[in-house]
Design a protein around this ligand. Structure first.
Ligand SMILES: [Zn+2]
Length: 278
């Protein structure tokens, strides 16, 4: 279930973190895209969101006259990055990202382990591929707070957006976070997660369960992704059906990579490809 967060209001979440949620709720965005403003005397903007006048105005009001060190979408999906260039121009600052991707061209690229600093804050850059290949998360060292983008969501599991996303990368990125000292997760959609480790472990367990269910479905003779979805996702919002098929395909990809599943017939449409146990 998705919670409702009032759009365009500035919510102070901690001494260094404020949130402004975009008015774009939906089955894939929950209550909308959360834009985070980090810092007090100088700011960093994470996940500026979709390119709308309303959200631009809301962010400009929240920033007021404070200098902005940069703007960073967690990844180049259409509910995260498109406002970045316009906001950067309005605030006279620069855009960041892992790489040019999906139509987004960051002015400056960041790599894993780099640290971005402003007055009173430092953000450690973590490359967390899986949902998509260019996904970055940011760890605010001063508050042990992780800005997780769509890698860890507040209200749902992440979609593995094939072919750019990968379940094996997603799980490796989660396993890495489990070892870190994180007090709170601020996702791009939904409320803060204060039981950080428990939530990450839950997501890993959920994926392992799905992997077992996909293997069981194949054992039972189901051999296409839609047939497997119908068996596993018994109560699903029809709007999320394509996402469920993508998820099952991501599990099948990972099982093929590890030699536990083979493709019997590859179709141009992955919905029609036929899978089997080796
Ligand atoms: Zn996304």
């Amino acid at each position: 279930m998705s919670s409702t967060i009032a759009p365009r209001q500035v919510t102070k979440l901690s001494p260094l973190v404020r949130r402004v949620t975009q008015d774009n709720p939906g089955p894939m965005t929950g209550s909308g895209t959360n834009t985070y403003l980090v810092g007090k005397e100088s700011l960093f903007v994470i996940d500026p969101g979709e390119n709308t006048d309303e959200h631009l105005d809301a962010l400009m009001r929240a920033v007021d006259r404070t200098p902005v060190a940069g703007i960073a979408p967690s990844h180049a999906h259409p509910d995260h990055w498109p406002l970045a260039p316009r906001l950067a121009e309005a605030l006279r600052t620069i855009t960041f990202g892992f790489k040019a991707h999906n139509g987004y061209s960051p002015m400056s690229t960041l790599s894993d382990g780099e640290v971005v600093r402003g007055v009173g804050w430092s953000l450690k850059v973590l490359h967390t591929p899986g949902h998509v290949s260019d996904h970055l998360s940011y760890l605010l060292t001063e508050e042990k707070a992780l800005f997780s983008g769509d890698h860890v969501m507040g209200w749902s599991t992440s979609v593995i957006a094939r072919p750019d996303g990968s379940l094996n990368s997603y799980l490796a990125s989660l396993e890495r976070l489990v070892t870190m000292d994180i007090a709170v997760i601020y996702p791009a959609h939904g409320e803060p997660v204060y039981q950080a480790r428990a939530r990450i472990e839950e997501l890993i367990a959920h994926r392992n369960l799905r992997t077992r269910q996909v293997l069981e479905a194949l054992h039972a003779g189901l051999d296409t992704a839609p047939a497997i979805v119908r068996r596993i996702y018994t109560e699903i919002d029809p709007r999320l059906y394509p996402a469920a098929v993508q998820s099952v395909l991501a599990h099948l990809d990972a099982l093929i990579q590890s030699g536990q599943v083979i493709i019997k017939h590859q179709s141009a449409s992955p919905f029609l490809s036929i899978y089997a146990l080796p």
